[in-house]
Write a protein of this length. Structure first.
Length: 416
């Protein structure tokens, strides 16, 4: 059949052109770490919070570390809590400067010497067999908050893991080598640094445009999505592996009983560090008819960059179709606020044609919201009497949706 090659050429054309759009993301500048004082360095830990009487609005019982970020909209304070969640608070320039002045004044007048940022302590040999940490390949790309035994604190990524030591890449201190014995504390944090910049995690990685991914909705979190303002959905994580939701079409000129209502339960779980699988149902009730889709999906990657493959079978009033609907899609992060996204479906009808259709475009990312814009294409394969056809909106977006995150107001999702 001519359809697959013809369609792949079109998809490649769209992908190459849209992949050149990261320049759009440059207008949405990344967030950069902003040290408040050389006395405390890049981050402020609990001991320093108490010593310098900082952030009275933050509960010391849950406080772990804090740092300031310079954003296009101003300065914000990022607080990482003991449970790994993150809270944000805006700061004015004068408040930021006053905080630094207070730290330095109290450090100068304090009878307890302040902890300045020292150089890394010399390496202490540790037998290789005492290492129980994961391999470097499992850590690369993740961001960790590290405290060394000499008091040095920093955010960094693992560049290399050797027999008895880690090599970290940091923004302000360059490369730091620390033996296992010199690492007093090391924990992955809920954000990512990209070339020294802070990237907001994608808060809605459990779905593409319409289609589900293999990733689930964490317990206590959820989202509300509206497409064109008429097709609306709400989904919520009951546990880390089970979510429930509904989708409904509300047309103001139709009686309520004639509007579409659907249930969308989903079960998901990780199989490896970067792989998740899921299964669920789209159950629709409309005009006393019940129909929908039984599906499964698998996703490989992290919150920002992942690919998804899925398969579904339609049903109508209890009868399940034997013809599968195949989905291929993915998300590629291009900047802090911008990602390319594609969602494609293939339906091969026995004795008839093979059909393909899908959406492609951009996802604009904020800590709690997404704006998705998508172009549309549809195609079918040819036969000996017909060469096939494809139609497309090209760069004109005809899909618009807005998604708002529910729950966990003090966190923005874990970036794995």
């Amino acid at each position: 059949m001519r359809f697959p090659v013809f369609l792949l050429k079109k998809l490649l054309f769209f992908t190459l052109l849209l992949a050149a759009w990261p320049v759009l993301g440059q207008t949405l500048q990344d967030q950069k770490v902003l040290p408040v004082s050389p006395v405390v360095g890049e981050v402020i830990d609990l001991e320093e919070k108490i010593r310098y009487n900082l952030f009275p609005f933050a509960d010391s019982a849950t406080f772990q570390i804090g740092r300031f970020l310079q954003t296009p909209d101003g300065i914000i304070l990022e607080i990482v809590k003991r449970n790994g969640k993150i809270d944000y608070r805006p700061y004015t320039q004068s408040e930021f400067e006053l905080t630094g002045q207070l730290i330095e004044a109290r450090a100068k007048n304090s009878t307890v010497p302040p902890q300045k940022t020292p150089a890394p302590a010399p390496a202490v040999p540790v037998p290789a067999q005492s290492d129980t940490r994961p391999a470097a390949t499992a850590l690369s790309g993740k961001v960790y908050y590290v405290i060394l035994s000499n008091g040095m604190k920093f955010f960094g990524t693992v560049a290399e893991k050797r027999a008895s030591e880690y090599v970290f890449n940091t923004e302000y201190f360059g490369t730091i080598t620390a033996t296992f014995g010199n690492i007093r504390y090391m924990k992955e944090v809920e954000n990512r640094l990209k070339s020294g910049y802070y990237w907001v995690p994608n808060p809605h990685d459990s779905r593409l445009y319409f289609g589900p991914t293999g990733r689930g909705i964490p317990r206590g979190e959820g989202y509300v999505q509206t497409i064109y303002g008429y097709l609306n959905s709400i989904n919520y994580g009951i546990t880390d592996n089970i979510s429930i939701g509904s989708t409904f079409l509300l047309m103001p000129f139709l009686p309520l009983e004639n509007n579409i209502f659907a249930l969308t339960p989903k079960i998901s779980f990780p199989t490896t560090e970067n792989t998740n699988v899921a299964g669920g149902v789209l159950f629709v009730n409309f005009l006393e008819e019940q129909f929908g889709l039984l599906y499964s999906a698998g996703t490989y990657g992290n919150k920002s960059d992942h690919i998804t493959a899925g398969i579904g079978f339609a049903f109508f009033n209890g009868n399940v179709s034997s013809t599968p609907l195949v989905m291929l899609g993915g998300v590629k992060r291009m900047s802090n606020r911008l990602a390319f996204m594609s969602e494609n479906y293939i339906l091969s009808v026995p004795g008839d044609r093979t059909y393909g259709f899908g959406l492609y475009g951009l996802r604009f990312i904020w800590p709690r919201t997404n704006l998705d814009l998508g172009g549309f294409y549809a195609a079918y394969s040819g036969n000996r009497h017909d060469s096939g056809q494809i139609v497309s909106s090209y760069f004109i977006p005809i899909y618009y949706s807005f998604t708002f995150k529910l729950g966990n107001r003090k966190g923005i999702g874990k970036l794995e």
